[in-house]
Design a protein around this ligand. Structure first.
Ligand code: UDP
Length: 238
């Protein structure tokens, strides 16, 4: 097993990915596989924090057209991320590895509140830390949360797990002429308007000089491969 090139990372898993081939909810075999991948990454000696999305359960923007205000819808979306984190926490712990969910919103009966100090402590105790509740604010995404938390906790990179093996000039599932990039600067990613991450996330990563690696988590072991400086993905940096 080759040496990891990072000491601490934030992995971003979209809620949609956790639905597997279902259109809604949590697909248990998928979440079990993701748990195994994260554990394998941690066994390489890397401190692993994970931001989980909520799109498999709820997205605020979808209800704003149905008479629910956007901030309320977004709060529902943030709560969906908490459910996903609890499911992932359970899947990790079932495999004998300690995990802790830290939320941006106060919910003492459910999990602890995110603070930098708590995240640092759990990561240095070799626990996988699951970051729930997005930023705690409406109008943001969990991609932006991943970059924000990575900057706050001193992670060296954000690993953005998707269904495709990098950033493409167009959707490769719809456009056969779509070109894949090995490397992009943050400014190129912003100017290109690539759908893989929102502009706020790219802009914050640029301002905090944080590399983002976009890769496909569909291949088992892909997180570990990226951590060793291999694997296939697009590096957005510089
Ligand atoms: N959300 C929010 N603020 C945040 C993060 C998330 O309001 O800081 C809400 C928003 O409604 C979003 C939903 O939570 O649509 C789920 O997050 P996201 O869409 O990023 O999940 P993913 O696409 O990764 O599944």
């Amino acid at each position: 097993m080759s040496q990891p090139v990072y000491h601490r990372v934030v992995v971003k898993i979209s809620g949609e990915y956790l639905a597997g081939d279902q259109s809604f909810g949590i697909h248990q075999p998928t979440i079990d596989r993701v748990a195994s991948d994260l554990i394998e990454a941690q066994h390489r000696g890397v401190e692993v924090a994970v931001v989980v999305g909520g799109g498999n359960i709820f997205r605020g923007v979808e209800v704003s057209s149905r008479g629910v205000s956007r901030p309320t819808g977004d709060t529902m979306g943030m709560l969906a991320t908490v459910m996903n984190c609890l499911a992932l926490e359970a899947a990790i712990e079932r495999r004998g590895v300690s995990a802790r969910t830290l939320s941006s919103m106060v919910m003492p009966q459910v999990c602890e509140l995110f603070t930098r100090a708590t995240a640092h402590r759990y990561l240095s105790e070799r626990r996988i830390v699951l970051l729930a509740g997005g930023t705690g604010n409406p109008y943001f995404t969990t991609d932006t949360t991943a970059v924000l938390r990575a900057a706050e906790i001193g992670a060296q990179a954000v690993l953005k797990a998707t269904n495709v093996d990098g950033v493409y000039s167009a959707d490769p599932k719809k456009d056969p002429t779509a070109r894949r990039f090995d490397r992009l600067t943050h400014s190129q990613a912003l100017e290109g308007g690539y759908k893989v991450m929102d502009a706020t996330a790219f802009a914050l990563a640029r301002d905090t000089s944080l590399p983002i690696i976009v890769f496909s988590i569909a291949e088992p072991g892909s997180v570990g491969a990226i951590l060793s400086g291999g694997g296939r993905g697009t590096i957005v940096a510089g």
